[in-house]
Design a protein around this ligand. Sequence first.
Ligand code: GS8
Length: 218
Amino acid sequence: MAGELILLEFWASPFAQRVKIALAEKGLGYECKEENLFNKSPLLLEMNPVNKQIPVLIHNGKPICESLIIVQYIDELWNHKSPLLPSDPYKRAQARFWADYVDKKMYSNGRSLVFGKGEVQEAGKKELIECYKVLEAELGEKTYFGGETFGFVDIALVPFYNWIHIYETCGKFRFEEECPKIAAWGKRCLEKESVSKALPDQIKLYEFFMELAKKFGA
Ligand code: GS8
């Protein structure tokens, strides 16, 4: 019995999508509560009073915050199937390093590419492509970042890979030409039901970001 699982989320959030993928990998059912981030619910403020951000996973009434921490919690508690982190301590440390790299680089540079103008946008695009090339070197010839099985680093990155239409349209470049291995990896991940069901349609996502960009005057 998994107990009661509630996910406070927002459909376009790559961080919430990580949690959805992890829950699906484990075959866990949960209730989704969509937040209005411009008018946060009392439940969100109560469950994440420090950062006041989604995602929050509420397990039997107790909150777990921060997407990568939530994914690790899920993996530790429901370790009967689809292990997401390797059991070897060194490999675990490596997986955490790369997930942290994704966290530090992908969101900020992606935002600069979408919402930035002129030099800011160019710099965001340049750094984003450089970071994907670093990840491409780490992936090498492997099927997934951890080897043969889909895992922690894949979950951390694939919601950002799903911005590919946004990247290409805002940055005017062909992702596949810059990073062919990551492009092939992304397609492989999207073939998994746990991933495809958790990620929104790329065009819908692009339109949402363009609306936001208009609001911010970008
Ligand atoms: C980031 C969560 C986040 O940025 C994690 O869970 O990994 N490090 C965290 N959440 C955003 C929505 S996604 O853009 C959020 O809740 N924003 C509302 C706010 O900051 O007020």
